[in-house]
Design a protein around this ligand. Structure first.
Ligand code: PHE
Length: 337
C-alpha cells in the first residue's frame, strides 16, 4: 500500500505539472483532492488495515496530501499570475491620439551656399556678424564714402522709408557698424544677409537678394592677402583649382577696387567667365570714419553675390525660383525630404 501511495503521489505531481491553465488545474483538483478524489479513496483503504497499522498509514497519507497540496497551490498561483498578465496585456488601451505626420523641411539652396562659405571663413578665424535690413542712410551710404549727392548712389537704386532710413542696398553697412563696435582693434568678419534694390524682377534680377560681406582690418593687410583669400575660398567652393580673373572696377568704399570672375563650364561644355563678387582695399576715408588710423591700418573687403553662386553651382536658370517656395524645386537640393 505504501507503494501505491508513492505511485499516487508521483501521478498527482505529474498531473499538476502538466496542467497548463486554470481549467486543467481544476480537473486535477477534482480528480485528486475532492471528497471523491484519489486521496480520499486512499484514506478509505485504511479500512483494509489492521487497527495497529492504521494510525501510521493515516499519517503517511496526510503527509503526502500536504506535500502535493503545497505543490498544487504553487502551481495555482503561477497560473493565476500568468492569466492576469495575459488579461492586462490583451485589455491594454492605447490612449494616444495618432500624431500629425509633419514633413521635415530641407535647407534652402541659398542657405546651403551661405553655410558652406561661412564654414570656410570660420575655419580661417573669421567672426560671423549680422546687421539690420532696415538701415540708416548713414551706414548704408555716408560711412561707406558715399555722401549725400554722390553720383555712385545711383548705381544702387533704393527703397527709402524717409530720407534717412532705407532697406539696405548691400551688406556693406555692416562694415561701418563693426568698425565702430571694435573700437580700433583688428578684425576679421563676414556678414551674410538680405539686401534690397529697386529692380524689375526677371530671370536674373530680383529686388531682394543675398550677399556675404567680408572685412579684414589690421596692420600690414595687403592686396596680396585679398587675392590669396579669394583664390583659396574659390578653390574650396569649387573643390579644386578654380580659374579666377580679377578686373579693375570702381566702388566708392574701396581703392583699388576689383570685380572677380570665375571660369565656369556650362552644361554644353563651353567655358565662360562669370562675375561673382566685388572687392578691394578699404578706402582710407572708410577706415577713418570707422575709427581706424589709415596711416597705421589697412584692410580689404569683399561682397559675394549668393544667388549668383547658387545659380552656378546648381545650374539654376531663373533667380525667381529661389523665392517662390515651390517644394518641388526646393527638394532637388537635399535628400532630407
Ligand atoms: N557692396 C558692393 C555691392 O553690393 C560689393 C562690395 C563689397 C565691393 C565690399 C567691394 C567691397 O556691389
Amino acid at each position: 500500500m505504501k507503494n501505491q501511495l508513492e505511485n499516487l503521489k508521483n501521478q498527482i505531481i505529474l498531473d499538476i505539472n502538466n496542467a497548463n491553465n486554470l481549467e486543467n488545474l481544476e480537473v486535477v483538483y477534482n480528480n485528486h483532492f475532492s471528497k471523491k478524489g484519489s486521496l480520499s479513496q486512499m484514506m478509505g483503504n485504511l479500512r483494509n488495515l489492521s487497527p495497529e497499522e492504521r494510525p501510521a498509514f493515516g499519517k503517511l497519507v496526510n503527509d503526502t496530501k500536504e506535500v502535493v497540496l503545497n505543490h498544487f497551490n504553487l502551481k495555482k498561483e503561477e497560473l493565476e499570475t500568468a492569466h492576469l498578465n495575459q488579461k492586462l496585456e490583451s485589455e491594454k488601451i492605447n490612449i494616444h491620439l495618432p500624431g500629425d505626420n509633419l514633413k521635415s523641411g530641407s535647407i534652402h539652396p541659398l542657405n546651403l551656399i551661405i553655410e558652406d562659405i561661412s564654414n570656410y571663413f570660420v575655419k580661417n578665424g573669421y567672426e560671423v556678424v549680422t546687421g539690420p535690413e532696415i538701415e540708416l542712410d548713414l551706414y548704408n551710404f555716408e560711412m561707406m564714402n558715399l555722401p549725400v549727392g554722390h553720383p555712385a548712389r545711383e548705381m544702387q537704386d533704393s527703397f527709402y522709408f524717409d530720407p534717412n532710413v532705407l532697406l539696405r542696398t548691400h551688406t556693406s553697412p555692416v562694415q561701418a557698424r563693426t568698425m565702430l563696435a571694435k573700437e580700433g582693434k583688428p578684425l576679421k568678419i563676414i556678414c551674410p544677409g538680405k539686401t534690397y534694390r529697386r529692380d524689375e524682377d526677371d530671370q536674373t534680377h530680383s529686388h531682394q537678394f543675398m550677399q556675404i560681406e567680408g572685412l579684414v582690418v589690421g596692420e600690414g593687410i595687403s592686396f596680396a592677402n585679398l587675392k590669396h583669400t579669394l583664390q583659396d575660398m574659390l578653390n574650396y567652393l569649387f573643390k579644386g583649382e578654380a580659374e579666377m580673373r580679377l578686373r579693375p572696377s570702381y566702388f566708392p568704399f574701396t581703392e583699388p577696387s576689383i570685380e572677380v570672375d570665375v571660369l565656369f563650364t556650362k552644361k554644353d561644355g563651353t567655358k565662360q567667365y562669370i562675375e561673382i563678387l566685388g572687392a578691394g582695399m578699404v578706402h582710407p576715408n572708410v577706415l577713418k570714419m570707422g575709427g581706424y588710423d589709415p596711416e597705421r591700418f589697412t584692410g580689404f573687403a569683399f561682397g559675394i553675390g549668393v544667388e549668383r553662386l547658387a545659380m552656378l553651382r546648381y545650374q539654376i536658370e531663373d533667380i525667381r525660383n529661389f523665392y517662390t517656395n515651390d517644394i518641388r524645386f526646393l527638394k532637388q537640393f537635399t535628400e532630407e525630404f
